[in-house]
Each structure stands twice: as structure tokens, then as C-alpha cells.
Write a protein that binds this ligand. Sequence first.
Ligand SMILES: *[C@@H]1O[C@H](CO)[C@@H](O)[C@H](O)[C@H]1NC(C)=O
Ligand SMILES: *[C@@H]1O[C@H](CO)[C@@H](O)[C@H](O)[C@H]1NC(C)=O
Ligand SMILES: *[C@@H]1O[C@H](CO)[C@@H](O)[C@H](O)[C@H]1NC(C)=O
Ligand SMILES: *[C@@H]1O[C@H](CO)[C@@H](O)[C@H](O)[C@H]1NC(C)=O
Length: 265
Amino acid sequence: RAMEAPPPLFLPFLLLLLLLASNTATAARDGCSEGCDLALASYYVTKNMNVTFIAQLFGISDYRALAKYNRGLPRIDYVTTGDRVDVPFPCKCLARPSDPASTYLAASIPYRVVTGETYASIASNFNNLTTADWLQATNSYPPNNIPDDAIVNATVNCSCGDAGISTDYSLFRTFPLRDWDTLASVAATRDLSSPEQMDTLRRYNPGMDGATGSGIVYIPAKDPDGSYRPLKSSAGKKGFSRSNSRKCCGWCSGTSLGCLVILVL
Ligand SMILES: *[C@@H]1O[C@H](CO)[C@@H](O)[C@H](O)[C@H]1NC(C)=O
Ligand SMILES: *[C@@H]1O[C@H](CO)[C@@H](O)[C@H](O)[C@H]1NC(C)=O
Ligand SMILES: *[C@@H]1O[C@H](CO)[C@@H](O)[C@H](O)[C@H]1NC(C)=O
Ligand SMILES: *[C@@H]1O[C@H](CO)[C@@H](O)[C@H](O)[C@H]1NC(C)=O
């Protein structure tokens, strides 16, 4: 009878290996496995906008909560055209409604639609922190049929850092480039322009080195207490990391068949 034990264990183990292999494969794409509790949206203030409006867009009822993230602004209740306001939001690992296997880091901020609004008009409130195309990709309503009063996802991308690049940073600003901005010019205004720091920034923002005038870059940001947040353990690492697989396998070998089956399921 003892001879019969190995086969039932073998199948789940094989499935587990396949699962780990496929998860490791997604790490090469955009995918994420976990988010982080904080990211910042760099909101470019345009005409006729005030912090009450900006805070409400992100579901923050009291604009004064923004003050500690914007110590560089003389007064949070008096922002003017051209200022940038950092708005805090949780950065989650989400999946597209049309393709649950395709994950990305973003906040899905509930937005109540007013009659006649389109993905383009909703996106325009966010001043290039999101786009009509990206809203369409992350909401199930077809673009020409968004019900009045519906709650849609205002999806704003974010970053939690990447241990493969640097463990110095885990808090990032989602920064839409304005006409005159480049990765280097933004780095300069944030004191991140040493050659080493620029090199790190380029790795966080592949393909954005020569970009100007549009697109989003991710820039390390300081905590309200004025220091960069280091990346802890595997948090925020893209995809299913090798250390996670190892931890998982160690755990599996020490536990019963039942656990394996649950894990595989
Ligand atoms: C923002 O504008 C609204 C109306 O446009 C006003 O009621 C509110 O007091 C303003 N908030 C601030 C902080 O200025
Ligand atoms: C958004 O980006 C477009 C160019 O892609 C630019 O013309 C427009 O001024 C930007 N709007 C804001 C508020 O930054
Ligand atoms: C957000 O990230 C996804 C996945 O990386 C990307 O396809 C999309 O274009 C991004 N959206 C914006 C507005 O940058
Ligand atoms: C908003 O996104 C969530 C997943 O993040 C999804 O479950 C939900 O269906 C989306 N809402 C709409 C209106 O598509």
C-alpha cells in the first residue's frame, strides 16, 4: 500500500511547478503581484481649479489632508495655475475586466458620471494622470454607453518601486509630462539629477528618456517626514519573484498533501 502514495502527490506537485513557471513568466510582462499603501499623483493645476476640487476627485473629503504631502507649497488652500499638487492614493495591483490575467499597478478611484460624460471628459478632469483609452480599458461600459449616474473607475497608474532596480525607493510620484518637461528636467527639480540617479530614473521609466510633452514618468518621492522610503523585502517587486517561489516551495515541502492541493487550486 505504501507504494501507492507517490502518484497522487506527483500530479499536484507537477501542477504547482507549472503554476510557478507561468507566474514567473508573467514577471517579464507588465504584471504585478502586490501593490503598496501609498503613491502620489502629481496634479498640474489649471485655470479655475482649487484644492477642494482636486481632493474630491481622489475621494478625499478634506483638502487639508493634502498639506503634509505638499510642504513645498506656501499655502495648500491657495494653489494657482502652474502649481503641482501631490495627491496621496493607495497603489493596488489590479486586473483588467476583459483580461483578469493581465495585471497592472493603479488606483481605481470611484467617479460618479454626470449625464453626457464620456471617457474623454472624465479623463480631462485628471489633467493627463489618465487617458480616455486607459479608462475604456479598465471599465466594462462601452464608450458610447456609459449609464448616467454610473460609478466608473478613474484609473491612475502608479509605481511601488522595483527591488531589481533599487531598494532605496518605494514611494513614487505619478508625473504626467507637460509640454516643456523631460525626464531630466523633472529629475533636476526634484534633486535627483546626479548621473547615478538619472541612470536609476531611466530604468524606472524605460522608453521615456527622450520623451517630452506627454506620457507619464514615475519619480521617487519623499515621505511627509522628508525622507525617501526604502523598499522593504519583496514588497512592490514586479511579478512573482524568485524568492517568493523559493519561500513557497519550502513551505510546501514541509506541509501535507492537502495544503498542496489547496495551493494548486
Ligand atoms: C473651491 O471652490 C469652491 C467653489 O468653486 C468653493 O466653494 C471652495 O470654498 C473652494 N475651496 C478652497 C479651498 O478654496
Ligand atoms: C495634457 O497633454 C496634452 C498633450 O498630450 C497637452 O496639450 C495638455 O496641455 C495637457 N494637459 C494638462 C492639464 O497637462
Ligand atoms: C497604465 O499602465 C498600463 C499597463 O502598464 C498601460 O497599458 C497604460 O497605457 C497606462 N496608462 C497610462 C494613462 O499611462
Ligand atoms: C472597476 O474595476 C474593478 C477592478 O478593479 C472591476 O471589478 C469593476 O468591474 C470596474 N468597474 C467598471 C464599471 O467596469
